[in-house]
Design a binder for this molecule. Sequence first.
Ligand code: 5CA
Length: 445
Amino acid sequence: MRLSRYFLPVLKETPAEAQIVSHRYMLRAGMIKQASAGIYSWLPLGYKVLRKIEDIIHDEQRRAGHIPMLMPTIQSADLWRESGRYDAYGAEMLRITDRHDRDMLYTPTAEELITDIFRANVSSYRDLPLTMYQIQWKFRDEIRPRFGVMRGREFYMKDGYNFDLTKEDALHAYNRHLVSYLRTYERMGLQAIPMRADSGPIGGDDTHEFLVLAETGESEVFYDSEITELKFGDRAIDYDNVEQCQAVLEEFTSRYARTDETHDEAVFNQVPEARRRTARGIEVGQIFYFGTKYSEAMGATVSDKDGNQVPVHMGSHGIGVSRLLGAIIEASHDDRGIIWPEGVTPFHCGIVNLKTGDAEADAACEKIHAALIALGLDPLYDDTNERAGAKFATMDLIGLPWRITVGPRGLKNGVVELTSRRTGESEELPPEAAVAKIAEIYGVA
Ligand code: 5CA
């Protein structure tokens, strides 16, 4: 992509309304624009990262055997009256009346609708286990929308729902989700720690929130520092293997790690003092097992092996897709801008032409740009007439992990410069070698 043809409305000034760094950088880098309180347009650069995050989630859900689908954002109130949540949800639910005076709502989550789909179509234990999920917009009329996409009113969420015959099967689904979430966040360059939490309006006893540690996080968290040394990494996992998934759950949840809602000072004090940590965290996901809460209220039953009608055991599992952009930036930035992890970067690398209009520099940039595209990569080529300093400032702000800098002086010696956004380190090398190195980094060599 040529920057001269792209839509990247970068702001020079720091917007006064933005209190935290991720919000400031998302506005300054032209990723989002507020449409009204807690509601944002996703400009091209922000939308690209949103899509990358979505792709990783789909990929990891597929690995875990979960089935993608899509449900509407506007739902009838009737289903929510059946579960009892139409009244219970309170002012956070955006209620809408259609032209026939029917009560509708903008979905804050989708347990009711998926349960309705299930009960209309599944009647036998033979069709279980079943886990379906969607990535869809949600609306919660938060009292205090703030921090940009972190606490929006409209936000993008992955929500998955499992249906199982027994509690044991449903707990396996819970464990499967925990494993798939660990993998998902790691691929985004994040460490998200599962912590015992409170289930709130979703209900149920078993629930873990995934928290990214950050000073600007809205949750207060308490944990054993040993937990930050755990990494799922690229170990093999068989999602059908109950013991294997259970072992991962135990490994990642046996140490003390709780949000303030479930914090217990007496239990915390049993952790050796040197390992006790109090910090703040950003909740980027939550998994729930709530048993038969919705299936009983809504008559979602199946016939078991003996022909008895039994309510199914369920859970739901969410990832804050739009919030993740904020969380990743909070975890990965410096005073010049964002530093995208390779897994979610909007463009794989930047190409900066130090002297646009110089025939040799232009030709070299074009060649690098074309070579990267031919490899299936997505570079952003700054072919504008801005000064070099301004070009660097934009590249640093938007946070592409790699930059190739091309200028007449280097080209005389047959070299360009390859710079890492994270370390700031540069090396001079021939253009072809710079392209080869980028290809190697992204595994397309
Ligand atoms: N039905 C369940 C699981 S699908 C559910 O709704 N869970 S939730 O309430 O925990 O939301 C899932 C995730 O969405 C949260 O972990 C959080 O990362 C994100 N989220 C929740 N509210 C907001 C909000 N106002 N703005 C941005 N993200 C949010």
